[in-house]
Design a protein around this ligand. Structure first.
Ligand code: SF4
Ligand code: SF4
Length: 228
């Protein structure tokens, strides 16, 4: 069984509903940070030298710069895909606690990425601030092939046929993934019968951990049964 990663939660004070600042589960430390969405450098100031491995950010809107957040977290030595981002604006304190608990569980089950999983892209949000900070690129997560379990050598082409973007192709007895063509849809991951292609930000153990919390209602005040 994998060790749970040490996680921290940072909540933007502008979004944190009444009472959410006191929210805590068994594991992570929680910080409420003023204007976190607009000042991602606060991440480094709060977490400097704390040995955090996973981070959950509760932000007030979608108007943050992923490139700037990744830049700050990389400087802390964090895996860029070990950061969960939640938009909490307009969500009740009860539901925010539930979603945060689910994200903490998901972050705890994250097993880390490999260099092959990183796709470098030009940031979709380049503002004056990003230019000044030279945060113009961001990482997106793409699947990686495990050559030791992949059966492409013996003729398997299931994922090649399943990919809607023609991003997978056999090459010299191995399976090659064209990162630029890949849109991280995950279809190849579910198509492979040997679990030989994986996406570290969406693994069965992460989904299991997240869904268990969401179904139990842990962290909220009510139980949330499956809809009929
Ligand atoms: S479906 Fe799985 S085993 Fe087959 S080629 Fe793709 S990654 Fe390899
Ligand atoms: S994640 Fe989607 S686009 Fe990327 S290789 Fe797999 S099926 Fe193709």
């Amino acid at each position: 069984m994998n060790r749970m990663r040490r996680a921290a939660v940072l909540l933007c004070a502008d979004s944190a509903p009444l009472g959410i600042g006191e929210w805590a589960t068994e594991g992570p430390e929680v910080h409420v940070v003023s204007s976190l969405c607009g000042t991602p450098e606060a991440i480094g100031q709060v977490l400097a030298r704390k040995g955090i491995e996973s981070l959950i950010l509760g932000l007030c809107s979608g108007e943050y710069s992923l490139a700037e957040i990744q830049r700050e977290t990389r400087q802390l030595g964090l895996d860029p895909f070990g950061v969960e981002i939640l938009h909490l604006q307009g969500i009740s304190a009860e539901r925010s606690r539930l979603f945060l608990s689910a994200s903490v569980a998901r972050a705890g089950a994250y097993e880390g990425s490999r260099p092959e999983n990183a796709k470098l892209c030009i940031s979709s949000q380049i503002g004056r601030r990003s230019l000044l900070k030279l945060a113009l690129t961001e990482y997106r997560c793409v699947p990686a092939v495990h050559e030791e379990t992949c059966a492409v050598r013996t003729g398997c082409r299931i994922c090649v046929g399943a990919c809607p973007h023609s991003a997978l192709a056999p090459s010299d007895g191995t399976l090659r993934l064209d990162k630029q063509a890949c849109v991280s849809c995950g279809i190849c991951v579910t198509a492979c019968p040997r679990e030989a292609i994986t996406q570290p930000t969406c693994t069965p153990s992460q989904l299991r951990a997240e869904v268990q919390v969401l179904l139990s209602g842990e962290g909220g005040e009510e139980r949330h049964p499956l809809p009929l």
